[in-house]
Design a protein around this ligand. Structure first.
Ligand code: MLT
Length: 409
C-alpha cells in the first residue's frame, strides 16, 4: 500500500496567495465590471529595465551560434561572471566578506528558503517570527519538523516570536533554546527593518547557542537609510552562523524570469548528534548539484546586467517608483486615521485594521466596497490578526485611485 507523507495533511488547506487569488476570481466572476486594483501578492508590475532585456537579447543570439552556445552551467551553481558581480556589488561595496564560490545561483529565494531546511536534522527546533512569510513554516511542516497543528494555525514544536507594534516588529531573543532561526529584513509582511545592533544580538545568540540564522534579505534593495544593514554579513561573526537568501524578483522585476541566490559561507558548521562539526558549504553544494541543474545562461546574463552602470541606474528608478507608491499609501492611510507601519524601507505597508474588524473581514470589505485586493495579516500567522498588508507594487495612478476608494469606505 502506497503511503502518503502525512506531514502534508498538517498544512492549512491552501497556500496563502493562491487562496487570495481564488477569492478574487470568485468576486470577479460575480462582478465582471468591478475595476479591481491588486495590492495583494508582492508581484512587480513594471517591465524589465532596458539594460537587462538588452543583455538577454544578446545572450539569446549567443545561444543561436555554435561558437557561443551554452549548455549546462558548471555544476548548476551559477556562472562566475554573475557570482563575481554579486560579490563586488552586493557585498564588497558594503564591507561584507563573501567569496564568489560561496554563492549559489538559483531560480529564486522562495525555493531556496524552502529547500534549505533539508540539510538540517529533523530534531532541530525551528523559530519563526509571527507574522511570517509562510514558506518558512510550511516547508518545515512538510519535512516533519514542527509537530501537529493546534487548529489555530500554530504547530506544537515550533517556537513563535511575536512581532508587534510594541517591539517595532523585531522579536525578542527566544526564552527557550532554538536551533534554526528564520529572520527576514526588510520584513515581509510588516515592512520593518532591523538595525546592526539588533542583528548583532541575533548573531551573538546563534554563536552562543550553536544555532543557525536563515536570513532572508530579498527586500534589501528597498532600504533608503544607509545605516541599515543590507546583508547579515555586515555583522561581525555572521559568517559562522548565517545563511543569506537574495532575490532579483523585487530588486529587478524578475518575478516572471526567476533568479536569486543563496550565500553559504565556508565558515558555517552544523553538528552531528555526537557533536562533530560538519561544514555546511559542501553539504548544500551536494544538495544543490543533485537536485538543481542551474539557471539559464540567458537569465544569468540578464541578472549580471542589473549590476552594470546603466542597469543600476534603471533598476533604482523602478525601485524609487514603488517606494513613492509606498509614500503615497503611508500618507493617505495615515490621514484616513489608520495606524500604519512599514513602507519606509520596504514595499509593504502594514496597517492596523479598524477596531473590531478582523483581517479577513477587512479583506472582504476592501474587495467588496473598494475593489482593492490586499493580504489579511492573519494569513501570515496568529500575531498578524488585526493587521493588513498592502503591497506598493503597482502603477502610481492605480495606487492613488486605491487610496481614494479606501477613504470612501
Ligand atoms: C509576497 O507577496 O509575500 C511575496 O510575493 C511572496 C513571494 O515572493 O513569494
Amino acid at each position: 500500500m502506497i503511503l502518503v507523507n502525512e506531514n502534508f495533511l498538517k498544512l492549512k488547506a491552501g497556500y496563502l496567495f493562491p487562496e487570495i487569488g481564488r477569492r478574487v476570481r470568485v468576486f470577479a466572476a460575480e462582478n465582471p465590471d468591478a475595476p479591481i486594483i491588486k495590492l495583494g501578492i508582492g508581484d512587480v508590475t513594471e517591465p524589465l529595465v532596458p539594460a537587462v532585456t538588452k543583455a538577454m537579447h544578446t545572450a539569446v543570439d549567443e545561444m543561436a551560434k555554435k561558437e557561443t552556445f551554452h549548455g549546462y552551467d558548471d555544476g548548476g551553481v551559477g556562472y562566475e561572471f554573475l557570482r563575481e558581480a554579486i560579490v563586488q556589488n552586493d557585498f564588497k561595496s558594503r564591507g561584507a566578506n563573501v567569496a564568489s564560490d560561496e554563492i549559489f545561483i538559483s531560480d529564486g529565494a522562495k525555493c531556496d528558503t524552502g529547500n534549505m531546511q533539508e540539510i538540517f536534522g529533523l530534531d532541530n527546533v525551528v523559530a519563526v517570527t509571527d507574522p511570517v512569510y509562510p514558506v518558512y513554516v510550511d516547508t518545515n511542516v512538510m519535512a516533519g519538523r514542527t509537530g501537529e497543528n493546534d487548529g489555530k494555525g500554530r504547530y506544537g514544536k515550533m517556537v513563535y516570536m511575536p512581532c508587534t507594534a510594541e517591539n517595532n516588529f523585531v522579536p525578542e531573543l527566544p526564552s527557550q533554546p532554538v536551533d534554526m532561526i528564520y529572520l527576514c529584513y526588510p520584513n515581509n509582511p510588516t515592512g520593518a527593518v532591523a538595525t546592526k545592533e539588533q542583528l548583532k544580538k541575533w548573531v551573538d545568540y546563534a554563536v552562543e547557542n550553536k544555532a543557525i540564522i536563515l536570513y532572508d534579505a530579498a527586500y534589501e534593495a528597498f532600504i533608503r537609510d544607509d545605516s541599515i544593514p543590507h546583508s547579515i554579513y555586515e555583522i561581525e561573526g555572521a559568517r559562522k552562523v548565517a545563511i543569506e537568501f537574495r532575490s532579483f524578483s523585487k530588486t529587478a522585476g524578475f518575478t516572471g524570469v526567476r533568479c536569486g541566490f543563496t550565500v553559504v559561507p565556508k565558515d558555517l558548521v552544523a553538528y552531528t548528534k555526537s557533536g562533530q562539526a560538519q561544514p555546511l558549504h559542501p553539504i548544500w553544494n551536494r544538495r544543490h548539484c543533485t537536485k538543481f541543474n542551474g539557471v539559464s545562461y540567458i537569465t544569468q546574463k540578464g541578472a549580471e546586467a542589473v549590476y552594470s552602470p546603466e542597469g543600476k541606474k534603471q533598476v533604482k528608478e523602478v525601485i524609487n517608483l514603488y517606494m513613492s507608491n509606498a509614500d503615497t499609501m503611508r500618507a493617505a492611510l495615515t490621514e484616513q486615521g489608520y495606524q500604519v507601519f512599514g513602507g519606509e524601507h520596504a514595499p509593504y505597508i502594514w496597517l492596523k485594521t479598524p477596531k473590531g474588524v478582523d483581517s479577513w473581514t477587512f479583506f472582504d470589505l476592501l474587495l467588496n466596497k473598494a475593489n482593492v485586493v490586499g493580504t489579511p495579516g492573519a494569513g501570515f500567522g496568529a500575531a498578524g490578526e488585526g493587521y493588513f498588508r498592502l503591497s506598493a507594487f503597482n502603477n502610481p495612478d492605480k495606487v492613488k485611485e486605491a487610496m481614494q476608494r479606501i477613504s470612501k469606505i
